[in-house]
Design a protein around this ligand. Structure first.
Ligand code: SAH
Length: 372
């Protein structure tokens, strides 16, 4: 390659968005495409990829592993639930765990993952660790998908200030041929297929150097049969858990109950408000008011029957307003939260004031009547 031509590119190569963001976006796109429930990020460093992934609604279990506990600790608080997560618990469950340990060792906490990501990790491994890595990730963890990214050394000639490696901790950097031959051999050994791609496009006219970051996406060819499925036998834990966050979720009965109670009271208040504003309309006019009272009484009589028959219409009786649970249950949000009417009754029992037969939410409007 012409030396001046190379020098020219050294000045102008700047990735937008930055390369690390492009790598993380690549993983996020993959998650959105394949919708894995359990994702592990090996060599997770400051947890920035994990933080991005916690917003992917398909993920229920997120785990990070790094050999350096301090780098994980720096920003691990960003993986904790926020106040809003407690105010509005999500429908999915989410557990985020960080482990301190090496990808050269097997630990049972790494079993059962659907997707394992190793972003800019392998080039940090010592020769002995790199040797063990395929057996740990592909043989033992054996997820459906593995993503491995690593620098493409052929691109280095275009990067300013890179002499040997891009980072002082890199133990090696591979050309496209070197990475592909390692990846193909690993895939063959463990019954995976592999597709090559990358992020960080080379400049026009320099396509031959390939992507700045090379990526291999490995897909397991057959359903899991390996060690991970026979792992009934107890196995020693070697990683140390340094962080664990269990997000509030509506799958947890305690949060579901709170959400249902709030929604039932809110819905009942809305229905009551509508009923009472009708009543107020009538109350401006004494003649209409007495008619309304009469009609409400008839309404109540009629509703008395309905309550037995259909349990649907709200009604006023004396100083009490009754909003049938069946009506509340017919509101989409309550319906979606509870699933069945029986579940609704069970969740609010003893927590919301009900009519004596338990079929309606009851409000006393004595005070409101006085105001009127
Ligand atoms: N994946 C991150 C950062 C990669 S830097 C990102 O996308 O930005 C490589 C990380 O791998 C470092 O945090 C380093 O501590 C970790 N690492 C190095 N050797 C490791 C090993 N044997 N096991 C687990 N993590 C390791």
């Amino acid at each position: 390659m012409d030396k001046n031509f190379k020098e020219e590119f050294r000045q102008i190569i700047k990735f937008e968005p930055p390369l690390y963001k492009q790598r993380h976006q690549f993983v996020k796109d993959l998650v959105e495409k394949y919708k894995p429930k359990k994702v592990a990020d090996l060599g997770c460093a400051d947890c920035s990829l994990l933080w991005m992934l916690k917003f992917c609604s398909c993920i229920e279990v997120l785990a990070g592993l790094d050999i350096c506990a301090n780098v994980m600790r720096e920003k691990m608080h960003t993986l904790s639930p926020l106040p809003v997560d407690y105010l509005q618990p999500s429908e999915r469950s989410l557990t985020v765990t960080l482990h301190h340990g090496s990808v050269a060792h097997k630990d049972p906490c790494m079993l059962g993952f659907d997707l394992v990501t190793c972003i800019e990790l392998i080039e940090h491994l010592e020769e002995s660790e790199l040797k063990k890595f395929p057996e740990v990730v592909f043989g033992f963890m054996a997820p459906s998908i593995v993503v491995i990214s690593t620098p493409n050394s052929e691109f280095n000639c275009l990067l300013p200030r890179v002499t040997l490696y891009r980072h002082p901790d890199h133990k090696f950097e591979w050309s496209q041929a070197e990475f592909q031959s390692w990846a193909l051999e690993t895939a063959r050994c463990y019954n995976y297929s592999v597709e090559f791609t990358g992020v960080g496009h080379p400049p026009t006219g320099m396509e031959k150097v390939g992507f700045c970051t090379q990526i291999g996406v490995f897909f397991r060819k057959y359903p899991q049969t390996g060690e991970s499925l026979q792992s009934e036998k107890p196995m020693e834990a070697v990683y140390k858990t340094v962080f664990k966050a269990v997000y509030p979720s509506l799958k947890d009965e305690k949060y579901l109950q709170n959400a249902v109670i709030s929604e039932v009271i809110f819905t009942a208040q809305i229905i009551k408000h509508r009923l009472m504003s009708k009543y107020e309309e009538y109350s401006d006019n004494p003649e209409r008011k007495s008619k309304f009272q009469l009609s409400m009484d008839c309404f109540s009589d009629y509703l008395g029957k309905l309550v037995v028959e259909k349990n649907m219409e709200p009604f006023v009786s004396g100083n009490e307003v009754y909003i049938p649970l069946r009506t509340i249950f017919s509101f989409p949000k309550v319906n979606r939260l509870c699933g069945t009417f029986e579940k609704l009754c069970k969740l609010i029992a003893g927590k919301v004031t009900l009519s004596s037969d338990g079929s309606a939410v009851m409000f006393n409007i004595e005070h409101e009547n006085e105001e009127n």
